[in-house]
Design a protein around this ligand. Structure first.
Ligand SMILES: NC(=O)c1ncn([C@@H]2O[C@H](COP(=O)(O)O)[C@@H](O)[C@H]2O)c1NC=O
Length: 526
């Protein structure tokens, strides 16, 4: 029996393990290690005993069995002070620190040519077993699963082998989070295949994601609701800019509604390849404009609906200029401004309104380069899961169904309004002209009412609908939608088509001399 506390090192990701091992020896640990880790350490002149020498059992079955031995698990799980006699009876030494990271399952299944056998062989068994043993016995044992923690562990050890209770507890929680995530990935992978020879289905039998709390929120949608913000914690997750990658540079803490609305604004502005400004209020864009001049883009977006823009969320798809920041601050009460980055001087300017939240999220992907994420919507007792709606329509996809052909300028405006409509709650009607919104009708139970509201908004803002284009997120079931559009002077319409009465709506458009195009794609958003 050794009196020196042991540290067991068994890592797939071997970065910084040699330096860490040297630090552990300096602190007073004896080292045990599995085959590959052992070889690397001895090559670097680190004094270490191989696990197989310690247990008297060789590693076998291509590494399937290395550490699954009572001398290992007894050394980790033994309750110090309670199990000492049984440990000594079986010549089990104390293992006070376990350093393990697991077979790279995530990286393996991400490979395009992965086979079921590759995946199975990359399911780590001995590693998670040690991680769980150590985490269970955190009253006595430290468990390190993340190379990023090596420095803080060495600092905490100082010249000894003891970690504080609080640090062991923190490491144990992290360890169980790690194995939960690992097993979740395995269950998702295997559970999306009916049997070993089947192609993957889109959705697995159970849906296992890990979400990490980044912020407790003052309250939820309303002050009597408790709330927090969690972000997805998946290995190899998309690093594309989003509300989850955003950093707040100034302002009050974000609220639940701020986060939801900022997400809506950012996702909408991503739809534009040219410089754009989106103003969102209550999850809907209330003003959108495209303009190379950012101040003009903001002013134009704002002028669509100044009333709704009060207290809005403003998103840009280009770095926020000092001039645009000043224009906003001088013009309106704003909750959040988000952009990929900010120019020098912006924070000095926005500091005049210290509550305004200024966020940067990093460069946005081009509209056709966005990673498809999953959308979740909770219903009582369940979760609806779908792919994010990133369906793209280009001019080539448009089917012109009327006698009147749209002009080039109209096609540009039709595509602009279609991009906006995709981010407006259904039923969505968007009027636009000259790459800017003229009126937005959102979230009504009837399409005709959404159109009415869009017209009312345009009128309130003093914007002419005459000659504007109209986008409808779904088809018109009756010709009245087209008749009403004609009554306010709409000159071109974009809609999915696909109604039983498409013939009637096409006839109506022809009667009114309106150009109409079908996209063949619907964008309901509930
Ligand atoms: N089977 C076992 O008993 C076992 N014990 C540890 N491992 C894993 O083996 C890896 C380290 O192996 P090596 O030191 O041989 O490179 C670690 O990822 C560790 O989690 C095992 N491998 C798989 O289950």
């Amino acid at each position: 029996m050794s009196t020196t506390p042991l540290a067991l090192l068994s890592v797939s990701d071997k970065s910084n393990i040699v330096e860490f091992a040297q630090g552990l020896i300096k602190a007073g640990f004896g080292l045990l290690s599995t085959g590959g880790t052992y070889r690397l350490l001895t090559e670097n002149n680190v004094d270490v005993t191989e696990v197989s020498d310690y247990t008297g059992f060789p590693e076998m079955m291509d590494g399937r069995v290395k550490t699954l031995h009572p001398k290992i698990h007894g050394g980790i799980l033994g309750r110090r002070g309670k199990d000492d006699a049984v440990m000594s009876e079986h010549a089990i030494d104390r293992i006070d620190l376990v350093v393990v990271n697991l077979y790279p399952f995530a990286e393996t299944i991400a490979r395009a040519d992965v086979t079921m056998n590759d995946a199975i062989e990359n399911i780590d068994i001995g590693g998670p077993t040690m991680v769980r043993s150590a985490a269970k016995n955190h009253a006595h044992v430290g468990i390190v699963t993340d190379p990023a923690d090596y420095d803080r562990i060495l600092t905490a050890l100082g010249d000894g082998t003891a970690l504080t209770t609080a640090l062991r507890y923190d490491l144990a929680v992290k360890a169980f989070e790690h194995t939960a995530q690992y097993d979740g990935m395995i269950a998702n992978f295997l559970g999306s295949r009916v049997n070993e020879n089947q192609e993957a289905e889109n959705f697995s039998r159970t849906f296992n994601v890990q979400l990490e709390k980044v912020q407790d929120l003052r309250y939820g949608e309303n002050p009597h609701q408790n709330a927090a913000f969690y972000i997805e914690n998946q290995p190899l997750k998309s690093q594309q800019a989003s509300i989850a990658t955003a950093k707040q540079l100034q302002g009050k803490a974000l609220s639940y509604n701020n986060i939801a609305d900022t997400d809506a604004a950012l996702e909408c502005v991503k739809a534009f390849s040219t410089p754009a400004c989106v103003i969102v209020k209550h999850a809907n864009p209330c003003g959108v404009a495209v303009d190379n001049d950012q101040v003009a883009a903001y002013n134009t977006a704002f002028s669509t609906d100044p009333e709704s823009s009060f207290g809005g969320i403003i998103a840009f798809n280009r770095p926020l200029t000092l001039a645009a920041a000043k224009a906003i601050i001088d013009n309106q009460f704003v909750e959040v401004i988000i952009a990929p980055s900010i120019e020098d001087g912006v924070l000095e300017a926005t500091a005049a309104k210290k509550n305004v939240r200024v966020l940067v999220c990093g460069e946005l992907p081009a509209p056709d380069q966005r990673d498809i994420q999953l959308d979740y919507k909770r219903v009582n007792g369940g979760l609806l899961v779908q792919e994010q709606d990133l369906g793209l329509i280009t001019a080539n996809d448009l089917k012109i169904v009327t006698d009147v052909q749209p002009t080039e300028a109209q096609i540009a405006d039709l595509l602009f309004s279609w991009n906006v409509a995709k981010y407006v709650k259904s039923n969505a009607i968007v009027y636009a002209k000259g790459q800017r919104t003229i009126g937005v009708g959102a979230g009504q139970m009837s399409r005709v009412n959404s159109a009415r509201i869009a017209a009312i908004k345009a009128e309130h803002a003093g914007l002419a609908t005459e000659g504007a284009v109209m986008a409808s997120d779904a088809f018109f079931p009756f010709r009245d939608g087209i008749d009403n559009a004609a009554a306010v002077g709409i000159s071109a319409i974009i809609q999915p088509g696909g109604s039983m009465r498409d013939d009637e709506t096409i006839a109506a458009a022809n009667e009114h001399g309106i150009a109409m195009v079908f996209t063949g794609m619907r964008h309901f958003r509930h």
